[in-house]
Design a protein around this ligand. Sequence first.
Ligand code: BDR
Ligand code: CA
Length: 316
Amino acid sequence: MKPVILDVDTGLDDACALLLAARHPELDLKAVTCAGGNVGLDDVVRNTLTVLDAAGRPDVPVARGAAVPLLQPVRMARHVHGEDGLGDIDWPRSTRTTDPRHAVELLRDVLREAAATGDLITLIPLAPLTNIALLLRTYPDAAAGLREIVFMGGAAGIGNATASAEFNVWTDPEAAAIVLTAAGELGVPTTMYGLDVFYDVVVTLDQARGLSGSQSAELARKLIEKRSELYQGDGASIGDGGAVCAVIDPSGLTTQPFPVRIELSGSWSRGRTIVDTRDWSADLTSDPHGLSPTTVQVATAVDGKRYAEMWLATVS
Ligand code: BDR
Ligand code: CA
């Protein structure tokens, strides 16, 4: 089994990711940490516990993390995820309590243990990267417990929150810049599962309506129905869930190594992931910015059908 930790801002599509990670037989879900993002932290935590209850995984520790971005004011996406972040669907909310530790401390402890045993962890951030930036700067030794980071965020092409920027990076660009820099310095292999592939793992309404017979299946059906309604389609992408699919079955994802920087200023481009697709074997010494110190595996294509089938089979 592959040990994983999810960092989430649950969120309809984070919920799709949690169901998959909690139930897939090849994943060992060690912990889930929460950050404010799609909705406020209290809603994120309640939604996360609720989804894990539905998945039959009340054993997974869940910790509260950063409520707001490092520098800029919080901005949410209730228009995409509903007032409560879970589409305001009729579903009983969890009454379970969280781990007493802050998210950064829970991450530190689980990663240090992984470093000690050698059973390294894949960290899957699906939210603004605030918790992960704080972790890597406060306890850099914990990175020894990381096998890799596979994060949902950014885009080589167009954004969603703005024309330039994807929501998770746009919400906390300083955190994203810190994570990429620290991952480069600490030697943590990093994959960017961005908007270039995010929309391509689609579950149709017909497929979703076949989901029944367990709490997990019922919730999964409601999530797809709600996302289809919000996007006015006859199906919906599992969004963040695709990043978990990529960890389970990396051969379904095409990636290319590119230097990546985060735009921290700019009138219209703050929060953009600047993916440098130029050929650096040619003479680019005239570029005053030089080569970005951090190279990231950028997802450029995905086998959406395969991943959607994996998700359906697992959540049901
Ligand atoms: C990302 O932002 C959030 O709305 C989703 O949960 C996803 O993580 C997509 O830009
Ligand atoms: Ca998310």
